[in-house]
Design a protein. Structure first.
Lengths: 305, 282, 362
């Protein structure tokens, strides 16, 4: 009845109050397993990570010395750190727009209820289920300058093959293309979900209004999925900022550190150079950046509502 | 009338062009995979001479036979299966229990606890993998299935999804059950869980796929070859392998390692794609 | 079978008071209907009896026993919900037997009792089906069956017919009345539909804004509404209200000026001061009068022909419009000026506070 729904919005938070009184303990029992795991493996490590970042802390041997914020200060003067930040930003700047446009185009293309379009949807999404090491293996073969698929193709056209992954210009775009191939399924599915929420009457009305396809796209479809576009862009920025496996496995950061990414640098600093304190400082900085991006997403979501 | 017919003709022509472009893209998506599968079915010495061609001629299953006989790949696959299954089961259990508490039970501090749990969604793996590594090192637990499993169970996305799902279940159902003499546990076990089967399936599939494809944490935690997951294991054999003599075997490993996820995808495609939509509404 | 006694029940949600001290005694085997506009507190009251809402103050006794602190499941009540609340993953039979299986009733007995309820409700062929394979009316029966099977002391119904289409609603109304006759249990029924209340109730409880306005048998309430709200709420089309003025009271009759040539002589049971009053006249008590007679005159604004009767909406001049109910063959035409006769004995008087002025005896 309306009393419970309109006049007292807070009531929705309460289950039946009569039984609710006795169920606080029940609730804690229901929560306990997750909270335990959450505190031990997520909350505590986050604080411990900050603690470690205040130390000169070596992975092996137990050498640790409290040095305050010196690690953070060192970051400022570390050219390789800035190099990896720049590489990561370049990767993000290339990947995110391309990914968004490609995903949107594919979603618009396959958004029909025929068997063919269903199969096409399935194919574009399928590559997302492969693990990063399978994807890098596939694309290292495809891009290989000597025995690769593209090399064979170029040779058949009478052109000289290129060693894409070892090439100072082509290495980064190669990682971008690999990433597009691997990950376009998720944003495409998000766009499809957005497109399917547009009421069909809108298109029928537009047809009666003699709207051209272009008009329908720019005046009806795109405005209707504005929110999804923002969601995809922010999500992609956060995701691609964490790029790691592709660079580690395909180019090893080369040639000449041109594709070394931030996460890769963190990984190497901690597990090859054993500088765990310094690596933690970088990791937390990365966290801060991504936290900002998430906040941006929340903010956009709120404003659009 | 004729104008309408003309427009229809145009739009049909337009549709065909779009379909052709789409099929072109689909070929781009498929060709690399087909090529890899074909190579895995060719003898290594043939591949030494040339990797070109899309037909497995001459055909051999030798690469796969070797894989099962001598390589460590099958044991990696077993590790991955154990870790992904354990992670999926644990995630489903803790998420549905906690999700139910957040959605339907009343307890002091509920709001603040929920916000603190949600905040965990913003913590990326990279922010905690180093301290996690030192913790498991202190406990002497690296190179174990437990070490590979536990950190991922702490990711709160499952709790969030289950909370959303349980909130959408009509309250009257629970009230009816209450009048039907059902205890909290009965309500959860006999009403809520059966109702959430589709949500649990989707969450389970995503957890399994994530677990299977997890890279950074297993890379630092599993340092002994026999404790690798397939994802880490396949990464470990990728040093300039294109020139290797065992190209066919490597390709076979990649194909072999992907079989479980591809099967899952083929069977549950609808759940997976719908799951993306579910996640997007948050 | 049980009595339900409510004493001074209140319900408060923060600053909002949903129920202001409701007291009521419901007899064993009675079919009682809570009716009122949405937001009047009727569902809150029902849910408090069920144990689904806590009690702010006051007391509920079922069968003489105080149940304020008793869990819903131990109160011995069962409830039929507005949206049926059937468990979607269970068959009709499982839905009906769930409550019994929770208290460890042997399987065989569950089966007999479910079968028995199914027979009463004529849903035996549907027992193996799941809710989504049932029509709205069938779901409704299963929900009722679930309530019957538990043999509760009190049945609670929360607007159970509001999701059914009109024809089915009429049919289910009759069936619920039949069910009540055959099992004779205490039933409390909540609705916003006064037709349901009038047709089914032994007694009606009319509520408004958290207050019980009046309690009584349907026709009693219809004939002797205690105030303007009850008078206007029961009856369709609504009672007509005219502004009037009592000029004098003599010999048990109030002479009321309603702007007509002759004042209306309304029988009253108590003395009333001369002054403004509201005169209530039900549509069936307004009759077309031959030219020259009748107290009121007006222009026909709308004619609604219902076949067995005709509703005339008549403008009396100014802002006042009244509805008169005539027979099926009514000669009145749109735009025509007609005269209306009022039966003074059927008129209701309400004082300035909206309270009814009691008629002669009652």
């Amino acid at each position: 009845m309306t009393i419970t729904t309109t006049a007292t919005p807070t009531l929705a938070e309460h289950p039946s109050v009569v039984t609710g009184r006795s169920s606080a303990w029940t609730a804690y029992l229901f929560l306990a397993p997750f909270l335990l795991v959450y505190l031990i493996f997520l909350v505590y490590p986050l604080f411990k990570g900050f603690w470690i970042s205040l130390h000169d802390w070596e992975l092996v041997g137990g050498y640790r010395e409290y040095i305050g914020f010196l690690n953070y200060e060192d970051l400022w003067y570390d050219p390789l750190f800035w190099r990896t930040v720049r590489n990561t930003l370049t990767f993000v700047a290339l990947t995110v727009p391309a990914m968004t446009v490609l995903a949107l185009a594919l979603a618009l293309g396959v958004n029909r209820h025929t068997r063919t379009h269903g199969v096409l949807r399935g194919i574009f999404f399928a590559s997302s289920v492969f693990s990063v090491s399978v994807v890098t293996l596939v694309w290292q073969m495809v891009l290989n300058g000597d025995r690769g698929l593209i090399a064979h193709f170029l040779r058949s056209l009478g052109m000289a093959p290129v060693d894409f992954l070892g090439h100072s210009f082509w290495a980064m775009p190669s990682l971008v293309v690999t990433t597009l191939w691997w990950a376009v399924g998720l944003p495409m599915a998000l766009f499809l979900a957005g497109l399917q929420q547009i009421p069909g009457e809108l298109y029928e009305a537009a047809e009666l209004d003699n709207a051209s396809r272009w008009t329908v796209l720019t005046k009806i479809t795109l405005p209707a999925i504005r929110r999804t576009v923002m969601l995809v862009v922010v999500l992609q920025i956060v995701l691609q900022f964490q790029v790691f496996g592709q660079a580690l496995l395909m180019t090893q950061g080369g040639p000449g550190d041109r594709t070394r990414t931030l996460v890769q640098y963190i990984y190497h600093t901690a597990f090859r150079d054993w500088q765990v304190g310094y690596a933690s400082a970088m990791a937390l900085l990365l966290f801060a950046l991504m936290f900002l991006a998430s906040m941006l997403q929340l903010y956009i979501g709120r404003r659009e509502d | 009338m004729s104008l309408g017919a003309k427009m229809q003709g145009q739009s049909r022509w337009f549709d065909r062009v779009i379909l052709l472009v789409l099929i072109g893209f689909a070929v781009l998506w498929l060709v690399p995979v087909i090529w890899i599968v074909v190579m895995s079915l060719k003898p290594n010495d043939v591949l030494m001479r040339s990797t070109a061609g899309f037909l497995p001629i001459p055909f051999t299953l030798e690469n796969y036979a070797n894989l099962l006989r001598v390589s460590t790949v099958p044991s990696w696959l077993v590790n991955s299966l154990i870790v992904a299954t354990a992670m999926t089961v644990l995630t489903l259990v803790v998420s549905s229990l906690a999700g139910y508490a957040f959605a339907r039970l009343d307890f002091p501090g509920k709001r603040i606890v929920f916000v603190l749990v949600l905040a965990g969604l913003m913590v990326p793996e990279q922010a905690v993998f180093i301290p996690l590594h030192t913790m498991f090192a202190d406990w002497g637990m690296h190179n174990s299935h437990a070490a590979l499993t536990m950190p991922r169970v702490a990711v709160p996305i499952g709790v969030f999804l289950m909370t959303q799902f349980f909130k959408a279940v009509p309250r009257e159902l629970e009230e009816a059950a209450e009048l039907d003499n059902a205890s909290r546990l009965t309500v959860f076990w006999k009403i809520m869980l059966p109702l959430s089967l589709p949500a649990l399936t989707t969450l389970g599939l995503f957890t399994f796929l994530h677990a299977w494809n997890d890279f950074l944490w297993p890379l630092v935690s599993a340092t002994e070859t026999n404790m690798y997951t397939v994802t880490v294991g396949l990464g470990s054999i990728q040093g300039n392998f294109a020139q290797s003599e065992g190209l066919g075997s490597i390709m076979a490993s990649a194909v072999f390692a992907s079989v479980p996820v591809v099967l899952i995808y083929l069977i549950f495609q609808q759940y997976i794609v719908r799951g993306v939509a579910m996640g997007s509404t948050r | 079978m049980a009595t339900v006694v409510l004493t001074d029940l209140t319900k408060r949600y923060g600053a909002f008071q949903a129920l202001h001290g409701a007291s009521l005694r419901i007899e064993d085997g009675e079919f009682i209907v809570f009716v009122g506009p949405s937001g009047c507190g009727k569902s809150t009251l029902l849910r408090m009896i069920a144990g689904l809402e806590s009690i702010t103050s006051g007391e509920i006794r079922i069968d003489g026993e105080r149940v304020n602190e008793t869990l819903a499941r131990h109160r011995g009540v069962s409830m039929v919900f507005q949206n049926y609340a059937l468990y979607p993953h269970m068959t009709a039979a499982e839905n009906m037997g769930f409550g019994l299986s929770n208290i460890g009733t042997p399987k065989a007995e569950i089966e007999t009792r479910v079968g028995e309820a199914a027979r009463i409700l004529r849903i035996e062929p549907l027992l193996k089906r799941k809710p989504h394979e049932l029509s709205g009316g069938q779901r409704q029966r299963v929900a009722i069956g679930r309530a019957i099977v538990r043999k509760p002391k009190v049945f609670l119904f929360d607007e159970p017919l509001s999701n059914l289409d009109a024809a089915l609603r009429v049919q289910m109304r009759a069936e619920l009345a039949r069910l009540h006759q055959s099992i004779g249990a205490t039933m409390i029924y909540v609705t916003h539909d006064q037709v349901e209340a009038m047709t089914m109730a032994d007694r009606i409880v009319i509520m408004r804004e958290g207050h019980i306005e009046q309690v009584g048998a349907p026709l009693d309430l219809y004939r002797n509404p205690r105030n303007l709200f009850v008078a206007g709420f029961l009856g369709s089309p609504k009672m007509n209200f005219l502004d009037g003025r009592v000029k004098e009271v003599s010999a048990g009759r109030a002479m009321v000026d309603i702007g007509a040539a002759t004042p209306l002589a309304v029988p009253v049971g108590r003395a009333i001061e001369p002054g403004p009053v509201t005169v209530g006249i039900r549509p069936e008590h307004l009759r077309l009068a031959p030219n020259g007679s009748g107290e009121l005159a007006g222009r026909v604004d709308v004619v609604e022909q219902l076949g067995n009767s005709t509703l005339l909406y008549i403008d009396l001049g100014g802002q006042t419009q009244v509805v008169a109910e005539e027979g099926g063959e009514c000669p009145a035409r749109l735009g025509e000026t007609v005269r209306l006769a009022v039966a003074p004995a059927a008129a209701h008087l309400f004082d300035a506070r909206g309270e009814a002025v009691a008629r002669s005896v009652s």
